[in-house]
Write a protein that binds this ligand. Sequence first.
Ligand code: SF4
Length: 486
Amino acid sequence: MSLSKSKYCRGITCPKMLWLDVNNPEVGTEINNEAVFENGKKAGELAKKLFGENIDIPFSEDLSLMLDKTNEVIENNENAIITEASFCFDNNFCSVDILKKKGNSYEIYEVKSSTKVKDIYIEDISYQYYVLTKLEMNVEKACVVYINSFYERNGDLDLNSLFNIEDVTEIAKSKYYEIEKNINSLNNILSNKKEPNNPISKNCISPYECPYFAYCTSSLEKPNIFDLKRLRSTSKFKLFNEGIVSLPDLKNSGIEEKVRVELGYKDKKEDLINKESIKGFLNTLSYPLYFLDFETFQEVIPSLDKQRPYEQVPFQYSLHYIENDELKHKEFLAYPGVDPRRTLAEKLCEDIPMDVCSLAYNMNFEKSVIKRLANIYPDLKKHLMNIHDNMKDLMVPFYNMDYYNGKMAGSYSIKYVLPALFPDDPDLDYHNLEEVHNGSEAMNAYFMMQDLSGKELDSLRNNLLKYCKLDTYAMVKILEKLKEVE
Ligand code: SF4
């Protein structure tokens, strides 16, 4: 069998991607899609319950077993909901997430864990519609089932509110001949021994991050516009299409000033320092000064009341503060298995008094978490919004390039800024931490704690605390560095 729905979607995105998947996957780099995959699995399992009792076609490496089982179920049931029903027409295989059989008519449903219907999902279900129609099945409806981002859990999950269903039957019908043409063309490409020569384009990053980007750009002069951090991807591909590739090509291209600085300071040893602007930023701060950082988790299927899909749910914070010239520290880390938010919100109000100045690095994140807590707990709203309103962003001087050096490589992320400012300080090196080195590892560690006890639990908890503490300690040290230039 030469094509499946995922191969078809990759092939129409870029034929070369499909060809490399089949003929030379070793040249690709690993893309971590684990979270997307897990969310898809969870949403898929739950969406099956939307339609009531169903018959599942078990997955098998031997696709003919899935086809036979599907046939058997269809033949023996006048009406049925079948999950993973599998079909093949002329070597074009597809498994339908949810198939509704009503006598001689069918409805097909493709389930996605995304919160919107992307164009590629319509291509996906249109391919399924094509395969089933070719098999002379009467497909009355083709729909995409996706997550309603506005759903807020309240008690038991309300599946009809959690999922949105969009009917795309007419679009699927209209694509019938286009799909036939695409299938023929992809089959020709796959039967060819020669690698296709598709140019790089925005398809290299959307709808999938292509694993072959390094391979496909390996012949470009280094460094090139794709190495710039301050340039949006859309601008990079636009420039690329205009023939602007190497860094010298960028001259007179009308790109932003910030990219010029990034270019100019790429190999320079000295720092770029705008004293007046840094002074201006420091003058906005007042003491006692609090440095706050949250760790959060996200779930596609909300497990807590008043939680929305993919909402950032805080479970931990670290808080350094400078009071009377003395550096102090407080922290909070919830135990898993309980809703961490109320206790965290109360503790935060205890730890940060009203009307004090606080700092976060990329404060939009911390502010959005606090604002959501304030909406969930009206009795704490006044205090929480006071913290929210008095927060300043330590990222600003770096975002504005008021303090910049080449080691930041164009980035203003703390993960670049910190080692650029303190290259030889082992106490400020995230690599020296154990088990937890970044936000996604922190989220996984929080969930893992649920299955641990005793020393193992203590050790992981300790490592989580150390990680978050380093986030705020790093902010303290970065502020010290800014003060040195005053
Ligand atoms: S990097 Fe771009 S051009 Fe290369 S295979 Fe992927 S999508 Fe195609």
